[in-house]
Design a protein around this ligand. Structure first.
Ligand code: SF4
Ligand code: SF4
Length: 367
């Protein structure tokens, strides 16, 4: 029965999504966006918002991934892995355990803690889980986000439910454009229509309320519940179920789409992990200062989990006025200003940043 595999896949997905923020690599969450500092902790590395090229490439990879999965496996995400499907399935199963009571209301009660957990999980991707729990009812911002998200998620799951998949979900709408005649779908075997008992168990089992016997429909989320329902009645007669999976997984399109996605993924990983440990940027401020002094703005990004200390110096006939020792916390960003006076030098200043086995040189104009 497909339901067993679906439940296992859903459970794994739920464990992965809720567990990922608890995974700590180099002292930070494996995947978390730090809003105050506009940086993404990404599996032991950090991606700064200024690194727009990485974000664009990650979006490209993500799009390729969605296109290839959908073109080959159809609505596998919707039926097997989407949190909406997983939560609704689970809450339905739990409410079924209490036989005589009104199922719809029981499901709505069960969805209350589930949607609270989803709201918390979303927060954990922005605020470390321990800090979230410590400030859940003491920090107005965190409390506010938690409660608003909880209410919205609960309303969507409890009162909209599967209607969301067939009316609002943008991914569901986009999918039909990505399908081809070999995409994996669930289809009723019309060639054996005469043998079908017309018991309608497949229709009763369908969570989106469609009749698979009428052919493939855009609302179908490929959950395979109709196959399971049909198996229950056909197995006794030693027959194959009438609805079943249909499609070709191993075909040229699957290979070139999969290959392109894999290549994009590898390039993305290489781009992320081959960046320098420290990024140093410096530019001259346009304003004019007296006494042959120029002001420069610098920014320093520490892409590692190590505390970095540096000494800033200038070459030739220039001197730096002010603090030259710079300390940079792990995965942190610092910016500041520095004054440089000419002692005979002109046109170009060469800045050298040295420390912890790293030497970075940058040039900037001098007026
Ligand atoms: S459950 Fe199977 S046998 Fe019954 S109506 Fe549906 S397809 Fe026919
Ligand atoms: S038709 Fe079958 S596979 Fe499609 S949504 Fe209904 S039960 Fe799921």
């Amino acid at each position: 029965m497909w339901r067993r595999f679906r439940r296992a896949a859903g459970l794994l997905q739920a464990l992965l999504i809720t567990g990922l923020p608890f995974l700590v690599i180099n002292g930070q969450s494996a995947l978390r966006f730090d809003i105050p500092q506009l940086k993404l902790y990404f599996f032991g590395s950090v991606i700064w918002i200024k690194e727009l090229y990485l974000i664009l490439f990650a979006v490209l990879f993500f799009l390729l991934f969605i296109i290839s999965i959908t073109a080959v496996f159809g609505r596998i995400w919707c039926g097997w892995l989407c949190p909406q499907t997983v939560l609704l399935d689970l809450s339905e199963s739990i409410s079924r355990l209490f036989g005589g009571l009104p199922r719809r209301w029981l499901q709505r009660i069960v969805l209350l803690p589930f949607s609270a957990l989803v709201s918390l999980t979303i927060l954990w991707y922005f605020v470390p889980p321990v800090k979230t729990m410590q400030s859940l009812f003491s920090d107005a911002l965190i409390t506010g986000f938690f409660l608003v998200q909880w209410a919205v998620i609960y309303a969507e799951l409890a009162f909209m439910g599967r209607k969301f998949c067939t009316t609002i979900c943008p991914y569901a709408m986009m999918q039909n454009a990505l399908f081809d005649r070999d995409t994996l779908v669930i289809e009723y075997d019309r060639s054996r229509e005469d043998e079908c008992m017309k018991c309608h168990d497949c229709v009763k089992a369908c969570p989106v309320g469609i009749d698979i016997k009428e052919g493939l429909q855009t609302d179908c989320i490929a959950c395979a519940e109709c196959i399971d329902a049909c198996v229950a009645v056909t197995v006794e007669r030693n027959m194959n179920p009438f609805p079943g999976y249909k499609g070709k997984l191993l075909r040229p399109k699957a290979f070139w789409l999969g290959g392109a996605t894999l290549l994009a993924g590898v390039i993305l990983v290489v781009m992320v992990y081959s960046r320098p440990e420290v990024t140093f940027l410096i530019t001259r401020d346009p304003e004019q200062l007296p006494q042959r002094i120029n002001r420069y703005s610098w920014s320093l990004y520490n892409n590692t989990d190590k505390l970095q200390s540096f000494e800033l110096s200038v070459e030739g006939d220039f001197i730096i006025i002010g603090e030259t020792a710079l300390l940079l916390e792990p995965y942190s960003f610092k910016k500041g200003k520095v004054l440089v006076r000419s002692e005979g030098g002109k046109d170009v200043v060469v800045f050298t940043l040295e420390g912890d086995g790293l030497t970075i040189e940058k040039q900037a104009g001098f007026l």
